[in-house]
Design a protein around this ligand. Structure first.
Ligand code: SF4
Ligand code: SF4
Length: 441
């Protein structure tokens, strides 16, 4: 099944054939408290305290909240504001390694997930600090707890990895198919569903075959290859492509009876339950023409990006931009001291010549953006409204349905900064709605 709209960007999956390499232990890590959507946890360690790998550094502050954990054993050196990938410095725990890399004493596997209740599985997943590893970083246990009035009958695993440079999910599926499949099984049990579908773009046939071979006989899990088309990995488009179900405007996947999880998240759920290991590391694709040795790297959460790049041979002289994530939806980094987070799927380093240097020009009404928008929006008009500060009119054009995929900007002949327009437009629109509500009450 195909979704309408979307684009076919140039693919640069330079690292698709590169087996994951493990980064050696560092002397220092910086673990930001805020790493997911929701409320950051509260710090529960003190300066000078010794910690084991996997020991919680924070405790959750509410339901939509999870802990962060020590990426190795050592001592808490400092608790202060440190550079954060989102721009502004944020509270973080700095840990100096003792070189032992010893797991925290409380770490122990929980046995076969088939013997555990759904409630117990969700608690283990919450305590392991699990969030969506595809980039959105929404706490996994919350997604697994839909309200009673929204019954869910299907789990979908997102293995699309439609961002043009990223290959971390591809490697996870190829290198750990049995663990991913067991992870899917335990997610199905936690959610109370009997059926799961895995969606993979058809540029990763080998990953699909590996998963099919590893499918446990007692589980109804089907693997589907989908057209390679951006943004195939968007939850709403993946659901439509696999089931023809449509998530209502402004709704969530659970409104169409579905929960979507990333394949990397399934692997980490397996590790949390089977091995008792909290989320302290993940696979990161380090790529682009400005990095000397592109690679898929197993990186501890809290590793400064400069160290990861050094491990991959360093930058070439003419680096123009370093991006966390992919080129379509990633976040540009201004400080290479910022650390890898749970949701960091890639570090993309582009040379100057690959960066568009010129200013956006006025809209020429070519209509390319309208054809490309997978949400059936009218990006050209939305962009003009933002430019003219007509934020109150954005509701009529459903700006809140924009998933910020960047397809419109990719095809725009005038190189207009449409996604930046829409990020600002959404904030201003929400402000406008708040003011309206305030004047009514
Ligand atoms: S960024 Fe928003 S407006 Fe542009 S194509 Fe994606 S969904 Fe449509
Ligand atoms: S693609 Fe760009 S130039 Fe063309 S209509 Fe859309 S905003 Fe205007």
């Amino acid at each position: 099944m195909k979704f309408k709209g979307g684009i076919h960007p140039d693919y640069h999956k330079l690292t698709a054939d590169h087996a994951t390499v493990v980064m050696p232990l560092l002397k220092r890590y910086v673990i930001p408290v805020s790493q997911h959507i929701g409320t950051p946890g509260e710090i529960i360690v003190e300066r000078g305290q010794e910690v084991g790998r996997g020991q919680p550094l924070t405790s959750p502050a509410g339901f939509v909240s999870v802990s962060v954990h020590a990426p190795t054993s050592g001592k808490v050196k400092k608790i202060a504001d440190f550079p954060h990938p989102l721009g502004k410095a944020q509270p973080a725990v700095e840990i100096t390694s003792d070189g032992e890399d010893a797991w925290f004493e409380d770490i122990a596997g929980h046995g076969d997930w088939r013997d555990l209740t759904p409630a117990r599985l969700k608690n283990i997943i919450r305590d392991a600090g699990l969030v969506g590893l595809g980039g959105a970083s929404f706490p996994t246990h919350v997604k697994l707890s839909p309200p009673k009035e929204k019954p869910v009958d299907l789990l979908i695993l997102n293995g699309a990895e439609c961002e043009p440079y990223l290959t971390s999910d591809h490697r996870v599926m190829l290198e750990h198919p049995a663990e991913v499949m067991e992870g899917i099984g335990l997610l199905m049990r936690a959610l109370g569903v009997r059926k799961a579908l895995v969606g993979i773009e058809n540029n990763k046939v080998d990953a699909g075959e590996a998963l099919k071979r590893a499918r446990p006989v007692d589980l109804d899990i089907k693997v589907h290859l989908l057209e390679t088309k951006y943004p195939q990995g968007s939850e709403k488009h993946l659901i439509y492509a696999l089931t023809k179900r449509q998530v209502p405007a402004g709704g969530l996947p659970m409104d169409s009876g579905v929960v979507v999880q990333n394949v990397g998240t399934a692997l980490s759920c397996h590790d949390a339950v089977k091995l008792g290991r909290p989320l302290t590391e993940r696979v990161v694709t380090v790529t682009g023409s400005a990095v000397r040795e592109p690679a898929n790297v197993m990186v501890r959460v809290g590793t400064p990006v400069a160290e990861v790049i050094d491990f991959c041979g360093g930058l070439t002289g003419d680096v123009g931009k370093v991006i966390f994530g992919g080129p379509m939806m990633g976040i540009v980094q201004s400080n290479l001291a910022a650390p890898v987070l749970k949701g960091t799927s890639g570090i993309l380093c582009l040379v100057e010549s690959e960066i568009s240097q010129f200013q956006g020009a006025p809209c020429i009404r070519c209509g390319n953006c309208v054809d490309a928008c997978p949400m059936f929006l009218v990006p050209s008009i939305m962009g003009l409204l933002v430019e003219r500060n007509r934020f109150a009119d954005l509701g009529e054009y459903h700006i809140t349905d924009c998933i910020e995929c960047g397809s419109c900007a990719y095809v725009c002949l005038s190189r207009r900064p449409l996604v930046q327009f829409f990020k600002r437009g959404k904030l201003e629109w929400h402000e406008h709605v708040k003011q309206l509500e305030g004047s009514v009450s």
